[in-house]
Design a protein around this ligand. Structure first.
Ligand code: COA
Length: 226
């Protein structure tokens, strides 16, 4: 971990800090290093690149004003006491996010831990069933105002089971979450999406989301010092 005082928008300071980090890693047998710049600005790549890092992942934060269009999808709330709901969610989630570095491979224990967090509200965790099984879900999270940010209603996790992809479910599934957030009093919606997640970005653009900021990840593979 790099000291929190580092100004990540100062390329020279970043390059110097990252060179120290990679030298340390090299001395400890080598390995992979990852570095994130939140709200990346023009010119910010220079520091990590000078230290041998490559940009490899852009995470976009999108925002949209509420209310959005109505959803018209029949949904119900996740039941936190139902093992069937939990297992159905995990199955669809892991199938839909098999490619995702953080959201894939979830276990009962992982989800129960998130359900135990103070922000968790099952009423804002919406399920859509089709053909007698879970076809999609939209899990929301409400953030209190923070600094310059107003209260934000986050589309925290949204997915459609791969068996139902391409049927136009993504948009009403997202809108169902936005409808709930607006009913809960939120005026601004927010979500994070990978820049290269084309199907999700098509859906979000159609709903009216705009890019608010970009978080960029850099990586390098450090050889051990012989
Ligand atoms: C994102 C997701 C919810 C979208 O749901 P979906 O029901 O498959 O979406 P749809 O098929 O209705 O719409 C996607 C649109 O993107 C388009 N699209 C998909 N891939 C595309 C590509 N590579 N280039 C251009 N357009 C593309 C589709 O053609 C479709 O447009 P259309 O309605 O004009 O045909 C779904 O793909 C999913 O669950 N993905 C895995 C989980 C995930 O990524 N969640 C979002 C995390 S932020």
């Amino acid at each position: 971990m790099i000291d929190g005082e580092l100004d990540k928008h100062d390329p020279e300071a970043v390059a110097e800090a990252l060179k120290l980090v990679t030298a340390t890693i090299a001395g400890k047998g080598g390995g992979r290093a990852e570095f994130w710049i939140h709200d990346v600005q023009d010119g910010d790549d220079a520091g990590p690149v000078a230290a041998g890092f490559t940009p490899y992942r852009d995470l976009w934060q999108l925002r949209a004003p509420l209310p959005a269009a109505p959803s018209n999808l029949i949904v119900r709330a996740f039941d936190p006491h139902s093992v069937d709901d939990l297992d159905a969610f995990i199955e669809v989630n892991n199938r839909a996010f098999s490619w995702h570095p953080e959201q894939g491979g979830q276990t009962r224990r992982d989800i129960e831990a998130r359900m135990g967090e103070p922000w968790f509200r099952p009423e804002g965790f919406l399920l859509h069933e089709r053909e007698g099984r879970l076809a999609g879900f939209c899990w929301t999270k409400v953030h209190a105002p923070d600094g310059d940010d107003p209260a934000l209603g986050e589309i925290y996790v949204i997915a459609v089971d791969p068996d139902f992809h391409g049927q136009g479910l993504g948009k009403p599934m997202t809108l169902a979450g936005l409808e709930w957030l607006h009913a809960a009093g939120l005026q601004t919606a927010m979500l994070y999406v990978e820049s290269d997640n084309t199907s999700a970005n098509v859906v979000y653009q159609r709903i009216g989301f705009d890019r608010h900021r970009t978080d960029r990840a850099f990586e390098t593979h450090v050889e051990p010092i012989a």
